[in-house]
Write a protein that binds this ligand. Sequence first.
Ligand code: ATP
Length: 334
Amino acid sequence: MKHKLPLIPGDGIGPEVTEATVEVVEAAGIEVEWEKMDAGTPAYAKHLTYLPDELVESIRRNRVAIKGPVSTPIGEGFPSINVTLRKTLNLFANFRPIKNLPGVKSRYANVDIIVVRENTEDLYSGLEHMVVPGVVESLKIITAEASTRIARFAFDYARRNSRKKVSAIHKANIMKLSDGLFLACVRQVAELYPEIQYEELIVDNTCMQMVLKPEQFDVMLLENLYGDIVSDLGAGLVGGLGLVPGANLGDDCALFEPVHGSAPKIAGTNSANPTAMLLSAVLMFQHLGEIERANRISFAVESVYIKGQVLTPDVGGTASTTQFTEAVMAHLVN
Ligand code: ATP
């Protein structure tokens, strides 16, 4: 079956890791008609908008898409393109599996965490205004509806995948109303899943616990901001941002993308690690039912790391993006 999928290379290292991914997907025998779309700076240059309507329409129509990193100009009044896309398509769950890759050097073993991050509200609502010059207010929005919905997602995932524990992460000792509401909703949902252990941890303690003993975590459930920060911390535990895939899931659409941003410092140098984007494609094709071929890509990536000869600089090697990609393709077993 030939899949028709929107492909958003993005900017910075996006086009390089996207090209690598397309090559590996084709080499794995997955038939795809890619609908290449611009977002961010490349879109602005052509369409005078950072987020063209046709891109949103294409994802709505095809229901599944893959995207590289897209940067948003900082502090210039533009809302984040990623956040806008997630909100417009109601992709309320951000899903990030953080796991040791065999062969990748890391201070930690046995890390196998699923980060579930609420994607549509919290301090990412973009509601900021100047009260008077020198005083700015930024609104943190937490609703019962979104909190319950993301809690259901996390517990459903845990149940379907035989996960043992869900940890809700919060700062309700300080933000008693907002994080208090989040926790109250999660507790109600937790009661419906008696077989799954449930715990609550304050976010600062969580960061320390992750660095001390990350293997204690299973499924982590977080509001938007804490989820963003803890995801990067988690990526650091297993070897860095170049390795961790992600998905934004809603009731109607799914958008797969790596956790990392556009890493402008290494853009255009053919040194970015395409693993995070490749593993995001693996998640996407598993979602689409291409389990066997998706797993072949995943095994090929693991084999390259286990051999440890062709690795990109972020994980201690000297290989280029192209060389790493060729090594992955050479390990695709038919
Ligand atoms: P954003 O603000 O867009 O979320 P970020 O702050 O998470 O981005 P990134 O652009 O993701 O930052 O990258 C931070 C650093 O991590 C980069 O400077 C780079 O050194 C490293 N990095 C991220 N992704 C990769 C990759 N795919 N390959 C190699 N190094 C990477």
